[in-house]
Design a protein around this ligand. Sequence first.
Ligand code: FAD
Length: 442
Amino acid sequence: MKTSSPRTILVVGGGIAGLVAARRLAQAGHSVRVLEAGPVPGGRVGQRELRGMRFNTGARLLYPFSKPFNALLDELGLRRNMMAIKGMAARCYGPDDDWLVELMPGLKTLLAPNLGLGDKLGFIAYGAKLLAQRVRTDPDDATTAMAADAVTLADYVRRNLGQRALDQMVKPVFRSTRSWDAKDISAAFFASTMPHMLGLDTVYVPKNGMGQLPAALAAALDVTCEARVLDIALPPSGPATVTAEIAGAQTTLSADLVVCAVEGSLVSDLVPGLPAEDAAFFAGVRYNSLGVVHYKMKRQVTPSMRFFTAEKSRVLSTYQQVKGDLEKGIAPQLYAQMTPEATLHARDNGLTERLDELLRPDVTALYPDLDRDCEDLHNQWIARKLPVFYPGYGASVRTFRDRQEATARRLYFCGDYLAQSLVTGAAASGERAARTIARHWG
Ligand SMILES: Cc1cc2nc3c(=O)[nH]c(=O)nc-3n(C[C@H](O)[C@H](O)[C@H](O)COP(=O)(O)OP(=O)(O)OC[C@H]3O[C@@H](n4cnc5c(N)ncnc54)[C@H](O)[C@@H]3O)c2cc1C
């Protein structure tokens, strides 16, 4: 059912999903205002500078496989402003040996010395299967790999690629980059993205840092930062109301439509009047957390990246030495990322501001002069890192999205938790919400 075009839309949450939805709605002629709780737009995409340390609020790189997202980058004039990182790889350390893991697996993966002939033949057979899946899967939408939704990533990889590929490649990469344990998540992320990764060996970072993307999106929008929404209500008649704390004062705004683009696990608190079936869906949205320590160093460091298996370290999953940019006042840094288990330990024991105490022994083992060379540090706690697509979650996302898209309503939702745990997934979800509104409301 199409009704007359609304005049006002409030978008709650200025992460990539909210900003993309707002951009498309504004382009369609609606009057759109974004309310963002943080000091700048971007949410889990952005960078911060703190006492000479520079780090990301979330995403560190952009994958190349999403055609709609690449078109958005073109539209924003950002594609020519990208730094390409080719053949990204890390040295992975197990209890007895170490090996190289490719982050964008391709033909080169077959050259890995620790793979036997059987493994290699299995890889080739699976690669052919993946290519056939290209037309059926969308890397921006994990629910397009529904056959993989019901099974754990660990079981899926063991079955398709063998135990060695699971232990030496998939487990360390997923722990170190995504903070996911292969036995806890479904194979939907893997099965929907892998067919589109084959043959691509380059990832991208905006030349001026990840914050360039939300800044470019927000530039053409009406975005109010430090606007924390407290409540979204849909009275039986009249406009939707949004109560927010803006610059220390509580304000109630009204709008014809609201797009709620906050992290899915925060929705129930913001929208107390959700229908029971939507409330049940949101109760099942989960995120993992992450603890990182950034060490500011007095001396230049040699760039390197190391991953650690669970058997090698229970505390440290990723260790990176990052060169300083002394001209820009950015010091050399060590980046130490916690394992999923240590992150839970920190959260459950109130140690989220003392992450260094947990990580320091492992970091000192890798950089023995840490006490001498480290002049400052920052404990970064990310309470909601990535939505967890646990087995069966994709099916509930589909049902929720079908409901949202079936009939016109005044409140719509978007975010990576409704698509794929990636920047490209968040953008796709924002695009989808705007398309749905266009269909429902003109
Ligand atoms: C450490 C880390 C590493 C990652 N690495 C990568 C990577 O390398 N590549 C990749 O593609 N993806 C990566 N991701 C995932 C990617 O960052 C996310 O999938 C994506 O940014 C999510 O966007 P979103 O808009 O759905 O959510 P968010 O960015 O979380 O946006 C939600 C917004 O809502 C705001 N908000 C919340 N509550 C309120 C409220 N009450 N009132 C107003 N505003 C509110 C928040 O401040 C936030 O800005 C990473 C994420 C993290 C955390």
